[in-house]
Design a protein around this ligand. Structure first.
Ligand code: 0RA
Length: 663
């Protein structure tokens, strides 16, 4: 070994040690890097690898990305970009590929020319995926040569190898998630499908394919119409007011802006705003720029063309957004992400860039398409009139009862602690269950709001109708955080850290739960995004032998408990009889064991309700999350809209993921 080689070898091992210390931190605290180690975190690994290929596509060097769920459960992501550089890294001396794969925070890109994906959890780097994989293999085709390196739990298994010649270029990464880290490493096709479809809509030049080698399923995503196609997809179940979405595309100061929108005959406002392919749930400067331009261009047109008159109905920004479905996508070179979930764009220059591009092009569009312009303005005028009428009605009732809107609803049983972080509110179906919950709760930190019957289906109602609904009004005033989009919601006012929906485990119960979720999604989306909404899980069965009482949350658990109580034997016929039972009967005393099936919450006495469903020590709560707002939007259209066929299809397709679907 020459002197120089010796120095290189020593530096190599020193670097490797630092590297492994870095990745060891990732393995010790995986949630810090990928959010969690459940389903979400697992699928985040795939997104992380795909994002690197998307970056290469945004830089203009790649137009095909292939994702494969392999038969052994590993995942392959392949692109036709330039390939990760393999030569010696200028600072670290070892191969750049190894630096990228094994060094924390060494993203693929060393220049800042491209629009890096770096918001939220994205952009933590592919080394995190490597660290959390039992094994990982990267193959790079570059300059006519194929190279590869394999890693075990983030550490290189050997130095980079050459495999032979090639005419192609690109990067292929295969990884097998580590069972030591993830509870379950089963990759779900539908989860990848949603994200890949979204990415294909957002980047119209790219083709993305998804294959499942376990069952042969495959999907190809390529949308030449980009956001125009995306808006049509989101609104598939709604009736559009205009034939084709309005489409705007432009670039200013190196910031590309793309926008598509249309109006439908519903009343909610649905704007999806993206920065570097990340959904900015909390909005920010790009969204403000769009809203400002939309209001101004439409208002100017309305007054100039005599559709609206001075001194008559004033059309507000909200009125111009009733029934609006829009997708806005900007690419920002150095995005500043702010807000609770780091999904709010802070860059001030972006506001005027979006405002200018949208203002100019929309003004031109309206002049060229007067009949479309007229239809939009007439819809906004109707919204303004409805808003005015509602305000007058509200003023009248307020005067009658000046304090009413400030006070808490009468049927709320509030808790005594006031620190929201420690407080929770149960939204309970029905007065009788509400009564049990009030008696069974820990009144120090648990509040109960019983709801009577079905709440309004907000999917089909205007905001003022929604507010007039007694049950919704009670929820809004109890929560104390307002209602509406962006500015309408004030999380600082929220009186409870956990909002827990507690309904019966039957058809009506799941309908009421869906109505409540629809309401939260349409009018309090921020609550879901900041992890405040939960679903209580009441048990389905109670088993009793002597003084021992056990509860089961599903059939499997019931059978296990029964087996233990019976000393290993169960009778399938007996269980079938219980399942067929309509009311919550206590059945079939045998061996001194009573088995009863709960149908409604009302059948549990306060102690049982506390023990099984409300006691933080023993209960199970489901957190309501939303990975993909556009998909959630479609889901609610399907579940709550007018069309029966798509709803039936949805339920059929998803039946295998729904437990206790009681139809
Ligand atoms: C840095 C520089 C260059 C390519 C890449 C990164 C790159 C990274 C990934 C990750 C997945 N696919 C990728 N494709 C490319 C190219 C530098 C050059 O060729 O000049």
């Amino acid at each position: 070994m020459t002197k120089e080689q010796e120095i290189l070898a020593r530096e190599y091992s020193e670097t490797s040690i630092q590297v492994l210390e870095g990745l060891e931190a990732v393995r010790k605290r995986p949630a810090m890097y990928i959010g969690d180690v459940s389903v979400r975190g697992l699928h985040h690994l795939v997104s992380e690898v795909v994002d690197n290929s998307i970056d290469e596509a945004l830089a203009g060097f790649c137009d095909l990305i292939t994702v494969r769920i392999n038969a052994d459960g590993s995942v392959t992501v392949e692109d036709n970009g330039r390939g990760i550089p393999v030569g010696p890294h200028p600072v670290k001396k070892i191969s750049t590929l190894e630096v990228v794969m094994c060094t924390l925070h060494a993203g693929g890109k060393f220049d800042k020319q491209t629009y890096q994906v770096s918001g939220g959890l994205h952009g933590v780097g592919v080394s995190v995926v490597n660290a959390l994989s039992e094994w990982c293999e990267v193959e790079v085709s570059r300059d006519g040569v194929r190279y590869m390196q394999r890693y075990h739990r983030g550490a290189p298994a050997h130095e980079i190898k050459t495999l032979g010649k090639t005419k192609k270029s690109g990067t292929r990464t295969v990884f097998y998630p580590d069972k030591e880290i993830f509870k379950n490493i089963d990759i779900r096709f539908e989860i990848l499908e949603e994200r890949l479809r979204e990415l294909a809509y957002l980047n119209k030049s790219i083709m993305i394919t998804l294959h499942d080698e376990r069952n042969g399923e495959e999907k190809i995503f390529q949308f030449k119409g980009g956001l125009k196609d995306f808006v049509e997809y989101i609104d598939a179940e709604r009736n559009s007011l205009i034939k084709k979405p309005i489409y705007i595309e432009g670039e200013r100061d190196g910031t590309p802006v793309e926008l598509a929108f249309q109006y439908n005959d519903a009343f909610s406002e649905n704007i999806y705003a993206y920065v570097n392919n990340i959904n900015t749930h909390e909005g920010g400067t790009h969204l403000i720029g769009f809203k400002t331009a939309l209001t101004r261009a439409l208002n100017n047109y309305a007054y100039k063309n005599g559709l609206a008159k001075e001194g008559k109905t004033v059309i507000s920004g909200d009125d111009f957004r009733e029934g609006l479905t829009a997708v806005l996508s900007v690419k920002v070179a150095e995005p500043q992400f702010e807000g609770q979930t780091k999904t709010k764009l802070g860059n001030s220059e972006t506001k005027s860039i979006v405002e200018t591009i949208v203002g100019e092009q929309l003004t031109y569009y309206l002049e060229q398409n007067p009949s479309v312009a007229k239809r939009i303005i007439e819809k906004a005028l109707r919204a303004a009139e409805a808003r005015e009428a509602a305000r007058r009605a509200r003023d009248l009732t307020r005067r009658k009862n000046a304090l009413d809107s400030l006070s808490l609803p009468g049927k709320l049983a509030d808790c005594s602690i006031t620190d929201p972080e420690h407080c929770e509110i149960y939204l309970v179906e029905g007065d009788s269950a509400g009564g049990s919950a009030k008696q069974g709760r820990d009144r120090r930190f648990q509040a109960i709001l019983p709801l009577k019957g079905k709440i309004l289906n907000v999917e089909k109602a205007r905001l003022h109708k929604v507010l007039e609904n007694v049950e919704i009004n009670a929820i809004v005033s109890a929560l104390g955080a307002g209602i509406g989009h962006d500015e309408g919601i004030d999380l600082a006012g929220l009186r409870y850290g956990k909002i827990i929906i507690m309904t019966d485990a039957d058809v009506d119960g799941s309908h009421i739960r869906t109505l409540l979720l629809t309401f939260f999604f349409r009018y309090m989306k921020a609550m879901i995004e900041t992890n405040h909404v939960y679903i209580a899980q009441p048990p389905l069965y109670k088993l009793k032998k002597g003084k021992t009482e056990r509860y089961a949350f599903d059939e499997e658990e019931r059978d296990e408990i029964l087996k233990v109580m019976r000393g290993g034997k169960i009778d399938p016929e007996e269980l079938a009889a219980i399942d067929a039972e309509v009311p919550a009967e206590t059945v079939l005393k045998k061996d001194g064991i009573t088995l009863s099936r709960f149908k409604g919450l009302g059948e549990m006495n306060p102690e049982q309700l506390w023990e099984t469903t409300m006691n933080p020590e023993t209960r199970t709560l489901l957190l309501v999350t939303m990975e993909n707002a556009a998909e959630a939007d479609r889901l609610f259209q399907i579940l709550m809209g007018d069309n029966v066929e798509p709803r039936r299809q949805f339920i059929e397709r998803n039946a295998k993921y729904v437990r206790n679907l009681d139809v």
